[in-house]
Each structure stands twice: as C-alpha cells, then as structure tokens.
Write a protein that binds this ligand. Structure first.
Ligand code: UDP
Ligand code: MG
Length: 320
C-alpha cells in the first residue's frame, strides 16, 4: 500500500529535514511519497527542501511563486499525490510522525478520514479557547463527534480527496465536507508539541472566516440540491410581511387622520416586497448554476457500481 504525505510549508526552514526523517522512520514498511509544498517562503525553506530531496528520492517539491495560503498548497499537493492513503501534516513538527501507524490502522479498520485530535494541545489560550467553542458549534450543527476539526494532521483514503473541491480556506472543513458526502470520519488522540521554531501563521481572524466557511458548508450541504426552496421560502416570508405592512398602512389611512406613520409603514411594506422578489430571483439564479454543475458533481457520490466498466466504456461482463 502506498502512502502520500502532503506538507504545506511557509517559512519552516528548521523543521523540514527532521520532519521528513521522522515520516520515513514511521512509515516502514510502506511505499511512500512525500510532497513538500513551499508556499512562497521568504526564508531558506526551499533550500532545506532541496537538501532533503537530494538525500531521499521519495521527496517531491512544489514551489509557489508567492504565498498563496495553506488551502491552495494542500489542494495542489493532493492533486499530485498518487498514494492509496493521503496524509496531510503541518511542516512545523508540532504533529508527531510516530502517530502515522495509528492513523493507517484506523483507515484499515474501514474509516475514510482520520483526524488527529490534539487532546493535550501546546498552543496559547487565545488559540485553544476559541478552538474549543468552534468545535463545539460544529459538533452541534453537523452532528459529528470530532473535537479538532481544524487539525492539520489527517489521513484520507484517496477517494475522499479526489472528490472534495478545496478553495479559499476550506481545508479546515475537509472532515465535515467528507462526512456530509457520506464518508466515514473518525478521530484519534495524537501527541502535540509546542512550536520550537518559526512563528504561527494564523491569528484570531481565522475564527471569523472559519465561521463564514461553516455557514457556507451548512448551506451547501443542506440546500445546494434545491436552492430555490431555501430562497423562495424566505422571499415569500418577506413578501407576506410586506403585504401585511401595506394593508396596515391602508387601514390606518382609512381609519385615522394622523397620516405620517402610515406613509412610513407603507414604505417599509414596499421595501419588504421588493426584498422578497429579489430573494426569490437569487434562488432561481442558484438553480440555473446548480443545473449547470449537476452532471459534473453527481458521480462523486457513488461508492460502488456493478458491473464495473473497462477503459473503453463498455461493461466488463459480456452481455451474451
Ligand atoms: N502554512 C502554509 N501557508 C500559509 C500559512 C501556513 O503553508 O500561508 C503552513 C505552515 O507552514 C504550517 C501549517 O501551514 O506547516 C500550519 O500553520 P501554523 O503552524 O502557522 O498554524 P498553527 O499550528 O499555529 O495553527
Ligand atoms: Mg503549527
């Protein structure tokens, strides 16, 4: 069985070599491939990668022209990988390569995704506390039993990464995207180490953008099949509210001489009706897009088909 390691690195010159050695040591007896992605580092990360590649032919290097972010780096790395199991790890040695065999064991037991849960985490409180809240919210919304969704240490059966589109900062939610697509997701506690070299690249802002991604994934997984249902329901609610306001204002004009507030009520009603129609229109545009992508997306949902088709597109089983 072949393992592919995908490791994004941004200014991690000190840890590349020990990390690669650790991975090689703990991956015996498997055939391995280590894809290092230099995400536009301004230190000697690239030179460290070249040095380690000269020693170990399993290493492949991809260098970005500038810093494009961890998600882009992972996405390119996944695309280049050809292992049966793909393992993503941070380059800073906070993840311990000794956990690799435990992750593989879980995949062998039948799981599609294994997350490394940093149960005892060595990061400052302003990272760990919001992370706990974030994970609790995610468990509630998506009904998954995961404590460390954003962990940089995960193993996947190759079908998972072949079927999940990563963009923006979606790498944080791969496990959720996979679970929503019906893949089996689990976690194991892993040993975590404090960062010895270099600096963390992320601050508090990640939790704000993380919240936006959670909302997006929630919307896509619940409503992307029929977006019109979602938008039409809310649009109609706005229109009904608008009509009630208008009726209220007409009744007010009729019964009462004090007219200014009814003009206000009428205006509010008209605005609601306008918003309602715009919302329904948005839903229709989403439906058009959905239809365009329908053919491309749906094969990714299939786990198994029989009889299996061969390269010529004909069935392997003869019809006569
Ligand atoms: N990283 C990257 N590009 C970026 C930011 C980070 O490739 O723009 C890499 C970084 O080098 C590390 C991993 O992503 O290997 C996780 O980053 P970091 O350790 O800073 O995150 P933390 O552990 O503090 O959450
Ligand atoms: Mg780190």
């Amino acid at each position: 069985m072949k393992l592919s390691f995908v490791i994004p690195a941004y200014n991690e010159e000190m840890t590349i070599e020990p990390l690669v050695e650790g991975i090689i040591k703990h991956s015996v007896p498997h055939d391995i491939q280590i894809i290092l992605i230099d995400d536009g580092s301004t230190d000697l990360t690239f030179q460290s990668m070249q040095k380690v590649q000269a020693k170990h032919p399993q290493v492949k290097i991809i260098k970005f022209r500038r810093n494009f972010g961890k998600s882009r780096a992972l996405s390119i790395g996944f695309h280049e990988s050809d292992g049966d199991i793909v393992i993503m790890m941070d380059a800073d040695l906070q993840d311990d390569p000794k956990e690799i065999p435990h992750m593989i064991e879980k995949i062998r037991a039948g799981y599609d995704v294994v997350c490394g849960w940093k149960k005892r985490r060595f990061d400052p409180w302003h990272k760990t506390f919001p992370s706990r809240v974030y994970n609790a919210i995610i468990r509630k919304i998506f009904h998954v039993n995961l404590h460390d969704v954003n962990t940089g240490f995960k193993a996947f059966r190759k079908e998972v990464i072949q079927n999940i589109p990563l963009y923006g900062e979606m790498h944080r939610l791969i496990a959720i995207l996979a679970s929503e697509m019906g893949f089996k997701v689990t976690e194991i506690p892993v040993e975590h180490h404090p960062r010895k070299y270099g600096k963390s690249k992320y601050g508090f802002s990640r939790f704000f953008f993380g919240a936006v991604d959670v909302y997006t994934v929630w919307f896509l997984s619940r409503h992307s099949q029929s977006p019109s249902y979602f938008f039409t329901k809310r649009g109609l609610m706005a229109i009904i509210l608008g009509i009630l306001c208008l009726l209220g204002s007409l009744l007010g004009f009729y019964l009462d001489s004090e007219q200014l507030r009814y003009v206000f009520l009428g205006t509010v009603g008209s605005v609601f009706i306008g918003i309602g129609f715009l919302t329904i229109g948005t839903g229709l545009i989403a439906e058009i897009l959905r239809r365009e992508f329908a053919i491309k997306q749906d094969p990714s949902l299939i786990e198994f088909t029989a009889p299996i088709k061969n390269e010529n597109g004909t069935n392997t089983k003869s019809k006569n």
